[in-house]
Design a binder for this molecule. Structure first.
Ligand code: HEM
Length: 403
């Protein structure tokens, strides 16, 4: 395909359903596993759309996450703001990345996150009490999904929940693709200033929380500086907040749109863990894909990729690949969880660190909604809802429901 004919990316949903991926992704996947696409500034990158090649790309050490490398595929002018920043660990390659991963993995084990389940279930119950008292109708994003994710991550990190709003407003700017680089920089500086002061306090008066434990492991010689830890705190706050909130909101929306699947879960709540995996497959909040830059020449899906060329791994396209999932466009909550090799949490060394926590939050929210509001319905059709189309994390801006 000649460069001038390369489709522009990200491609809009056009008049499509807000829950359906752009039809361009399906067409490209049909044509081949790796396609040339044109980015906002006229530059080009390779888009990976098939499941097998997406996994291959995400575990290929020649594909780097270092956004300072010339040719890194940015999707908007706002994103280029991070180009010259010292990278935080999700934008580091091994071995630097491994230092932080080793530090954090013990904090997010399945066992540790499962121990939080009763507390998270009681948080959900309190929030649903408020929803019930306020409605019907009520906004599920404002009253459940956003506050729950925020409360849980604040508690885990040891950030006062009263300060969560500061994060929410700054995070909204930082993930808005239409924000100017100056606006993004200002929001980032606010967050950094707050976190620097917080970590200084934790160093002096440690508590039983993740950030206090991180500060205690600060070690310049081992490459773990205070500046790195401020970056870690920011990433965890971001990673743990909007991602889970919008995945849950999209999941509820999807179930409302596929009522038979909601009813099936009501009858068989034992299917909830598998349903969460299926919802994560069916709707991928990081809808623009995972960016990488080739550090060496490689061949992927029969396509030669040169060193210095950008690669975008489309989790949305890979998660709807018929080659990997039977009847891939259909939401089927009875798909066995163990057979659901979805890429909603990525793959390889950067695979989502917080996935055990996200699972507990999503399962607890869904189980409680099914139990307490079996007749849950949307107030508006999915097409009438407003979506965060310009944001890095996809999802509805509000989700009014009735019961
Ligand atoms: C349903 C909710 C979530 C989804 C769909 C999600 C998705 C992802 C994906 C796709 C990646 C891979 C990025 C890449 O390879 O470039 C990732 C990485 C990451 N996620 Fe999540 N995430 C979720 C929740 C969370 C939570 C709750 C936390 C933290 C508490 C978290 C923290 C992280 C971190 C720190 C990374 C970077 C890991 C690394 O580079 O080693 N995420 N996430």
């Amino acid at each position: 395909m000649s460069d001038t004919l390369a489709p522009s990316y990200p491609s809009p949903r056009v008049d499509g359903h807000p829950l359906d991926p752009s039809p361009v992704l399906g067409k490209l996947r049909e044509q081949g596993p790796v396609s040339r696409v044109r980015l906002y500034d006229g530059s080009h990158a390779w888009l990976v759309t098939r499941h097998a090649e997406a996994r291959q790309a995400l575990r290929d050490a020649r594909l780097s996450v270092d956004s300072r490398t010339p040719g890194f595929p940015f999707l908007s002018a706002a994103q280029t703001e991070i180009r010259d920043m010292p990278p935080t660990f999700p934008r580091m390659d091994p071995p630097d990345h491994s230092v932080f991963r080793r530090l954090l993995v013990p904090e997010f084990t399945i066992k540790r996150m499962e121990a939080l389940r009763p507390l998270i279930e009681s948080d959900v119950a309190v929030m649903l009490d408020r929803l019930e008292a306020a409605g019907p109708p009520g906004d599920l994003t404002a009253l459940l999904t956003l506050p729950l994710a925020s409360l849980v991550i604040c508690r885990l990190l040891g950030i006062p929940y009263e300060d969560a709003e500061l994060f929410q407003t700054r995070a909204a700017v930082m993930t808005n693709q239409t924000a100017t680089p100056d606006e993004v920089r200002a929001a980032r500086m606010d967050m950094l200033g707050y976190l620097q002061a917080l970590l200084a306090r934790k160093a002096e008066e440690p508590d039983d929380d993740l950030l206090s434990r991180m500060v205690a492991q600060e070690d310049e010689a081992a490459g773990v500086t205070r500046r790195d830890l401020v970056g870690v705190a920011m990433i965890l706050m971001f990673g743990g907040h909007e991602t889970t909130a919008h995945s849950t909101a999209l999941g509820v929306l999807d179930l409302m749109d596929n009522r038979d699947q909601w009813e099936l879960l009501r009858e068989r709540p034992g299917l909830i863990p598998g349903a969460v995996e299926e919802l994560l497959r069916h709707h991928t909040i990081l809808e623009t894909g995972l960016p990488r830059i080739a550090r060496a020449d490689l061949t992927l899906g029969g396509v030669d990729i040169r060193s210095g060329e950008g690669v975008l791994v489309s989790l949305v396209a890979a998660n709807r690949d018929e080659g990997a999932f039977t009847d891939a466009d259909r939401l089927d909550v009875s798909r066995p969880a163990t057979a659901n090799r979805h890429l909603g949490f990525g793959f390889g060394v950067h695979q989502c660190l917080g996935q055990p926590l996200a699972r507990v939050e999503m399962q607890a929210s869904l189980a409680a909604l099914l139990r307490r509001f079996p007749g849950l319905r949307l107030v508006k059709e999915p097409r009438e809802l407003e979506f965060r189309g310009q944001m890095a994390v996809y999802g509805p801006t509000s989700l009014p429901v009735t019961w």
